[in-house]
Design a protein around this ligand. Structure first.
Ligand SMILES: [Mg+2]
Length: 259
């Protein structure tokens, strides 16, 4: 087996790795401190497109975790960057919240429902029948269908919530059009993140709690992968997959010394 090069930059998932149901996971603070002190490039990733990096920074700070705004990479930012590369200065009809609409404004997109280039679907807690109807009609009329992430459900204290992937499925059913999903497990989100911090995949690591998104995306982007067992995936589940992470550890606390 070819030996990997030393790790010079780190990407880590947020939910299930650093925090769980609003509470920091033991070792997350020490890991982040060590990263900041090391001067190594790093990013904290989330597939959730609802919040802006500033919102997420504040949310993490309230839990005692210090992640600078520039070190946060969301599926909303990745989607906006993808569209900026594909069709700069375009137009879009957006279903989503501030995390997505701010990212779209920041790349100079005009948000409109008048024959937009794209319909862009993100996470929201207030899906309206009217907005979905408009999105469906625009896609039928030729707008291209993009979704920030394929997650079918999201976590909440009361139980799972329907998420972007489920709403995308509704629109697909009504239009016959599949969206292009930008977030994990699309390795595009990892590659764009690596570019943002000037990192190379062969000297970068991805930490996550899900085999089907974090580990798959890290693997396909050519990164070293670390699975933590503080979130979704269990050791039994790891073995069922046709691919495996480079290393399985109990939690982020086991990776502090690796930075
Ligand atoms: Mg996670």
């Amino acid at each position: 087996m070819a030996e990997r090069k030393p790790i010079e930059s780190w990407l880590t998932d947020m939910d299930g790795v650093l925090i769980h149901e609003g509470i920091p996971i033991k070792g997350a603070d020490a890991f982040l401190s060590r990263l900041r002190e090391s001067g190594k490039p790093f990013l904290v990733l989330t597939n959730n497109s609802m919040q802006t990096p500033r919102d997420l920074h504040a949310r993490l700070a309230r839990m005692g975790l210090d992640v600078p705004v520039d070190n946060i990479w969301t599926s909303a930012l990745a989607t906006a960057q993808f569209l900026d590369d594909q069709r700069p200065g375009g137009t879009a009809y957006v279903i989503g919240e501030a995390g997505l609409t701010t990212a779209m404004h920041d790349i100079g997109y005009v948000l409109t429902d008048a024959q937009p280039d794209y319909v862009v679907l993100g996470e929201t807690r207030t899906y309206s029948f009217e907005a979905l109807t408009r999105a469906i009609r625009l896609i039928n009329n030729g707008s291209r269908f993009i979704a920030t992430n394929p997650d079918e459900t999201g976590p909440s204290a009361e139980g799972p919530l329907p998420a972007t992937g489920s709403v995308a499925a509704l629109i697909t059913k009504a239009t016959g059009q599949e969206p292009y999903f930008v977030g994990k497990p699309n390795p595009l989100m990892m590659r764009a993140g690596l570019n943002k911090i000037g990192a190379h995949s062969e000297t970068s690591a991805m930490i996550g709690d899900r085999m089907d998104t974090d580990m798959l995306a890290g693997l396909e982007a050519g990164m070293e992968t670390f699975l933590v067992l503080t979130g979704i995936s269990s050791p039994a589940e790891v073995d069922r997959h046709p691919f495996r992470p480079s290393t399985v550890v109990d939690s982020i606390a086991d990776l502090v010394e690796r930075v």
